[in-house]
Design a binder for this molecule. Structure first.
Ligand SMILES: Cc1cc2nc3c(=O)[nH]c(=O)nc-3n(C[C@H](O)[C@H](O)[C@H](O)COP(=O)(O)OP(=O)(O)OC[C@H]3O[C@@H](n4cnc5c(N)ncnc54)[C@H](O)[C@@H]3O)c2cc1C
Length: 428
């Protein structure tokens, strides 16, 4: 006889919470989601912006063809076509100071032959600059990227720094060498097929969030918006209830909770845990540009060095710019940031400096937890000694950086741990 599975309460409808809910409900487990914000998505969200006059994302999000968990999540929500390749060929780069351009072109197979081919290398770099990747592989837990690979120029400015900042949202002086290695091992060292950039077709919401919400609703799962969890009601080593302030939810003996909240919130709810502390910001600028504006070689993405802007994503009429590890910029007024970023965008798109178009600056002060060696030691496992509670979120110990891939992996892992323990499965 098939027994009805006990309900799982997922708190936080970011990518981790959504991935957990999708995986569980797909196996017939009834799920209720609670989200503090008016909409799902968390740090991966979109909204209509009156300055630009269209939907924008909170920030550019780049995925890679190596992101197996994220791609499996898209399959599960029937939205595999929500991610598109922004460029047919390898990733293009522009040095805003010198005007030089190049493409980052990994080899087909696992051996990085491109490193030994001057025509395929970044201008001015030597094979030796890239062979320092071995030092990342050998790095101890306390080693930073800069300690492992050094700061020889131009390899620092043109490769190691942009790579580290893009992948770990921290400068090489602060970022964990080991964590960068895990990404290189999954991408460059597996070959070009694992390094293809992917971006949301129209918006993060349309590609990654709304399809999941639709699937969950169709499966009978409830998503409560504007429900901020204030406290966990304990009964010994078990969670007996969820305290939402005005509302309080008693949990049945076999019901479980997945806490998919950001680390600072989780730390307040579970003060006995020591979790990663400190965050690194990302600044994004969205610029209304003419529909005819083009990046070099017609790509939809461009990496930049030598300026303030680091990446441009181009959609018809909209250029979106990223500045990661943005500690020096995030507290400046939006007008100052717009004035600093627009010349970089104008140069990349070959547009005149005057008149400057409308620009929306979006500051995410807590874009990711600080991915330093010290913090990596504090990443928690999904199980934390409470019998019916699991943690999920990009800060948990997935072995991956704080990314969509990390968040989805954490949600799928938490769901998998619950599914393993189910005696039987049943419909929602
Ligand atoms: C600007 C920016 C650019 C980025 N670029 C990239 C990129 O290029 N590639 C990439 O892969 N990743 C990128 N990331 C990282 C990626 O967005 C995150 O790793 C991922 O979205 C984290 O998902 P999460 O579910 O772990 O956390 P969150 O998205 O933070 O989700 C947690 C959810 O919990 C909710 N919540 C909080 N407190 C409570 C409470 N008490 N009760 C109920 N709900 C609560 C929040 O509202 C939120 O919806 C970027 C992030 C930012 C901000």
């Amino acid at each position: 006889m098939t027994r009805k599975a006990a309900r799982v309460h997922v708190v936080g409808a970011g990518m981790a919470g959504l991935a957990a809910a999708v995986r569980l409900s797909g196996s017939g487990v009834p799920v209720t989601l609670y989200e503090a914000a008016p909409r799902a998505g968390g740090r991966c969200r979109s909204y209509h912006d009156p300055v630009i006059g269209r939907t924008i994302d909170n920030g550019n999000h780049l995925l890679l063809s190596a992101n197996r968990a994220a791609l499996s999540y898209l399959e599960e929500i029937g939205a595999r076509d929500g991610l598109i390749a922004p460029t047919e060929g390898p990733l293009p780069f522009l040095d805003l100071t010198s005007g030089e351009t190049w493409r980052l072109e990994p080899s087909e197979g696992p051996i990085a032959w491109w490193v030994f081919q001057p025509s395929k290398r970044i201008p001015g770099t030597r094979a030796f600059d890239f062979l320092k990747a071995v030092n990342l592989r050998l790095a101890g837990p306390d080693t930073t990227v800069a300690e492992a690979v050094g700061r020889a120029e131009p390899a620092d400015t043109r490769f190691w720094r942009p790579l580290t900042v893009a992948v770990l949202n921290a400068t090489p002086e602060r970022a964990s060498a080991r964590l960068l290695w895990t990404v290189l091992a999954e991408t460059f060292l597996k070959g070009a097929a694992h390094c293809k950039p992917l971006i949301a077709r129209d918006s993060l919401d349309a590609s990654l969030v709304e399809p999941a919400v639709r699937v969950l609703e169709a499966r009978g799962c409830t998503l409560h918006h504007g429900q901020r969890l204030r406290g966990l009601v304990r009964d010994g080593q078990r969670i007996a209830g969820l305290d939402f302030g005005a509302d309080r939810m008693e949990l049945a003996a076999d019901e479980r909770v997945i806490l998919a909240t950001p680390p600072a919130v989780t730390a307040e709810l579970l003060p006995e845990l020591r979790l990663p502390e400190g965050n690194d910001p990302i600044v994004n600028a969205h610029v209304a540009v003419p529909e005819t504006a083009r990046l070099p070689e017609g790509a939809g993405i461009l990496g930049l060095v030598g300026g303030v802007a680091e990446w441009i994503f181009l959609r018809p009429g909209l250029a979106s710019v990223t500045v990661s590890a943005a500690d020096r910029w995030v507290d400046r007024p939006a007008e100052d940031l717009a004035a600093r970023l627009w010349p970089d965008v104008a140069k990349a798109l070959s547009l005149p400096l005057e008149p400057a178009p409308p620009i929306r600056i979006v500051k995410e002060k807590r874009a990711t937890f600080s991915q330093t060696p010290d913090n990596l030691r504090l990443r928690p496992k999904p199980t934390v000694g409470l019998s019916n509670l699991l943690l999920a979120g990009d800060y948990t110990d997935t072995g991956l950086p704080a990314t969509i891939e990390g968040a989805v992996t954490s949600g799928q892992t938490a769901a998998g741990l619950i599914l393993q323990r189910l005696p039987d499965r049943a419909a929602c």
